[in-house]
Write a protein that binds this ligand. Structure first.
Ligand SMILES: [Zn+2]
Length: 353
């Protein structure tokens, strides 16, 4: 930690001298000043007993990054380092008071954290009407873009779409991985932009990620997962197999260049394939809206779809994907909209492309 209590007043480690009566501002236990040639000064608890608010083992990256972020966000208004928020039992790495706007809490996340912890802390900030920015350290910056990062940290920001924020201590720049999406083959896509100033961050970017569907790579992965009996892909194959289909030979008309919010598990294409298989295997040629919605939801689960992340849900995504698919099936002449649902006109051809 960078801030301690001395005789009832907060003091920054950068201006502190060695003495023995510094206290942790959160738990009021004794803390000592540490510094060396290479490391910037910081405070650490003396006692081994756990502090309720500050976790020990803070890295130099975390200590340095906090100060850099403080400078980066300074144009927004007065910033407090390590703001203690007793009402929610939390401590923000930086706290920005913004005139006429809700305060921003900056969390510079360098250590491991679970989804539950992120949800809990995010909800805490919402409770006191603060907007939390989760800004990720190098541990996360090295990770491949995937569900684990997206679930916990992806947020929608004006000008950036759904995005992840990283702070690079060496470059002293903010990395924004923005317009996060998933292509129809389930591949996560994003565009990376490095931001040097807060003004650039506020401005956003209109450069969208390139989406190039790699069918060959997708088939390779599916074939491998089938060989290795990977449970997710077996669940999908089982549905198709019972209708006499195979996961590696999907009807061409189902293919799409559309992207989705990154909640679709193994992707929009397989979801379409599972749903179409289920629809046309029904022992009736009349499908009610209710049955349609249920099957769409079941298919979403089968392809490993995620109902929600910390910051967004599939609530609007699934109906949209469903509407698009139904429009396609109608245009292709397989279904016809009738009162209360849909009538099956004829079975789609299912053959190897
Ligand atoms: Zn403490």
């Amino acid at each position: 930690m960078l801030i301690a209590l001395l005789k009832g007043k907060l003091i920054d480690a950068a201006y502190a001298e060695r003495r023995r009566d510094y206290l942790c501002p959160a738990c009021k236990q004794s803390v000592g000043l540490r510094h060396g040639r290479q490391v910037q000064p910081y405070f650490a608890h003396r006692a081994k007993e756990a502090c309720t608010v500050f976790s020990e083992g803070e890295t130099q990256e975390h200590l340095t990054g906090k100060r850099q972020l403080m400078a980066f966000f300074a144009p927004w208004g007065p910033i407090t380092l390590e703001k203690i928020l007793p009402e929610i039992q939390q401590r923000a790495d930086c706290w920005v008071e913004r005139t006429g706007k809700q305060p921003a809490a900056l969390e510079f996340q360098c250590s491991p954290i679970t989804t539950e912890q992120v949800t809990w802390r995010t909800d805490g900030y919402r409770e006191i009407s603060a907007y939390p920015f989760w800004i990720l350290g190098s541990r996360y910056g090295r990770q491949k873009l995937g569900w684990s990062l997206i679930e916990r940290f992806a947020t929608k920001l004006k000008g950036w779409g759904l995005c992840l924020l990283f702070w690079d201590v060496a470059r002293q720049e903010l990395r924004v991985d923005h317009h996060l999406a998933q292509d129809s083959l389930g591949v996560y896509v994003s565009k990376t932009t490095w931001v040097k100033t807060l003004a650039e961050f506020v401005a956003g970017s209109h450069v969208l990620p390139q989406v190039t569907l790699d069918y060959w790579g997708w088939r390779e992965r599916l074939a491998r997962d089938l060989r290795q009996k990977q449970s997710g892909v077996l669940d999908i194959q089982e549905v198709l197999y019972l209708a006499g289909h195979h996961v590696l030979s999907l009807p061409k008309f189902l293919h799409t260049k559309a992207t989705t919010l990154p909640l679709f598990g193994r992707g929009l294409l397989l979801w379409r394939a599972v749903l179409v298989t289920k629809l046309f295997a029904l022992p009736t040629d009349f499908i009610t809206t209710r049955v349609m919605n249920d099957l769409a939801g079941e298919s979403f689960t089968i392809v490993g779809g995620h109902p929600e992340a910390v910051w967004f849900t599939a609530e609007s995504v699934l109906p949209l994907a469903q509407a698009n698919l139904l429009a396609l099936l109608t245009t292709e002449g397989y279904l016809e909209a009738v009162t209360g649902g849909w009538r099956v006109c004829h079975q789609p051809k299912w053959h190897i492309n």
